[in-house]
Ligand binder design. Structure first.
Ligand SMILES: [Zn+2]
Length: 104
């Protein structure tokens, strides 16, 4: 299983790189369709990542969590582990949440 999270649905099964977005097979089709529609409607500089995030926000987002006053050493350690795994800090935190809850 990939640790890369689909930018359009949030599932940890994203293997497809498309225009800066990481997508699962299901969402790859939806995002390419959204990009094509945006271009057909005359939009310039259409971003696959932005289109994927629109889909995510409209269908899958559980909202935002802002964590204040994170210990510096813990943040640095988490960023180091995330970078060595090729993940963003967001992806790393979501992966850790999934591991602790077995939500995925
Ligand atoms: Zn997806």
């Amino acid at each position: 299983m990939s640790d890369r999270i689909c930018d359009a649905c949030g599932k940890p099964q994203a293997f497809i790189h498309y225009g800066g977005a990481m997508l699962c097979r299901t969402c790859d089709v939806d995002v390419k369709q959204a990009v094509a529609q945006a271009r057909e409607s005359g939009a310039r500089n259409v971003s696959a990542l932005a289109e994927a995030r629109k889909i995510f926000r409209s269908q899958f987002s559980g909202g935002d969590i802002i964590v204040k006053d994170v210990p510096a050493d813990l943040k640095a350690a988490a960023q180091g582990v995330a970078e060595s795994a090729g993940l963003s800090l967001r992806e790393f935190i979501l992966s850790a949440m999934a591991d602790k809850t077995k939500a995925r």
